[in-house]
Design a protein around this ligand. Structure first.
Ligand SMILES: NC(=O)c1ccc[n+]([C@@H]2O[C@H](COP(=O)([O-])OP(=O)(O)OC[C@H]3O[C@@H](n4cnc5c(N)ncnc54)[C@H](OP(=O)(O)O)[C@@H]3O)[C@@H](O)[C@H]2O)c1
Length: 315
């Protein structure tokens, strides 16, 4: 038996519970992984909130798209991007269904090896935000010498974007609450407070102009300031403003309507993330870890929208 988190209805975190389920045997190309930690992402609570539809046939709903763990058993031909997986391999995976669990079954292709430089909790938070960050930088064609404005730079995706953009030689100006400014400076970004007067504050920091704007929050302010400061709309990219964004000629990425899922870019990005982590160029900031049984508290915290880096669940 394995403990598994499910949403039994649509609503707030009160609909979450932990149940025990039989553990299936991996089939062709699949592995069963003992989860050491699972990453929490905003999409996890959006899925059962009702905001993305409320089809009763999707209940009970398993949650969690990313985890780090150890291969417990493997089906035939369990070949990952990094070769055949075997019992005992330490892996990280994304694109999972039901990672909030003691054990998760998935195709071997969902996993790559765990970077030796990251502990279990950090590793659990590497791939979902990291692949999104690489997709953002690739779509905006961020290169050395670019000045990049990142909205919501202290969140899970934001801290990845900062590190990866600076590794490409870009200058990064990131919006965040003042209490997060030292954190951003520590990763080489120049912080600026969001809120009224944002465009003027950014202009004062970068009188030479902004080449790229990456919107990770989807507010009108983030979109308007991006349009104001970046002349080339193809270098304004959002992962959150799917409603307004569609009418503006800017790039939309991810699973939202009209957005580019970037499947191949994100798949290839996983190896790059492992290599960058092992080279010491990239790390994962874990704000807080919760036991699996406290998943509701973890979601209540992330839903407030002011965590820095990742929140993870530990079975
Ligand atoms: N389309 C895709 O492919 C894709 C992929 C991953 C995530 N997403 C979406 O992208 C968003 C960010 O994800 P995440 O994992 O980084 O979330 P997160 O870790 O919860 O980060 C939230 C961040 O938002 C910032 N923030 C809150 N209110 C703000 C405001 N009014 N203006 C500017 N920043 C504000 C917070 O900064 P302070 O704490 O400093 O206030 C915090 O850093 C979510 O909506 C998520 O669903 C989309």
């Amino acid at each position: 038996m394995s403990a598994v988190v499910v949403a039994t209805a649509f609503g707030g975190s009160e609909v979450l519970s932990v149940i025990d389920e039989d553990v299936p045997t991996p089939g062709l190309g699949e592995v069963m992984v003992a989860v050491r930690a699972a990453g929490v992402n905003p999409i996890d609570f959006k899925r059962y909130s009702g905001a993305m539809g409320a089809d009763p046939s999707s209940l009970p709903m398993r949650l969690g798209v990313e985890a780090a763990g150890v291969v417990l058993s493997a089906g035939r031909d369990a070949v990952s991007q990094m070769g055949l997986l075997a019992v005992g391999d330490e892996v990280v995976g994304t694109g999972l269904s039901g990672a909030y669990a003691a054990q998760v079954l998935a195709p071997a292709t969902a996993f790559v090896r765990r970077p030796s430089t990251l502990d279990w909790q950090q590793a659990a938070g590497l791939l979902a935000t990291g692949t999104t960050a690489i997709h953002l930088l690739t779509a905006a064609d961020v290169t050395s010498g670019d000045t990049v404005l990142v909205h919501a730079a202290s969140g899970g995706v934001g801290l990845m974007v900062i590190q990866l953009a600076i590794a490409r030689g870009a200058r990064v100006i990131g919006t965040a609450s003042p209490s997060r400014h030292d954190l951003l400076r520590g990763y080489g970004a120049e912080p600026v407070a969001y809120g009224p007067g944002l465009a003027e504050r950014v202009r004062a920091l970068a009188p030479g102009g902004i080449d790229v704007a990456l919107d990770l929050v989807g507010t009108d302010e983030a979109v308007d300031v991006s349009l104001d400061l970046v002349a080339n709309r193809s270098r304004i990219v959002t992962i959150a403003a799917f409603g307004r964004g569609r009418t503006l000629g800017i790039q939309l990425l991810g699973g939202g309507p009209g957005a580019d899922p970037g499947t191949d870019i994100r798949y290839a990005a996983r190896l790059e993330l492992v290599q960058l982590a092992e080279a010491g160029t990239l790390t994962v900031i874990v704000e807080r870890a919760f036991p699996l049984a406290e998943v509701a508290a973890a979601h209540d915290l992330v839903r407030l929208g002011h965590t820095a880096g990742k929140v993870v669940l530990v079975p």
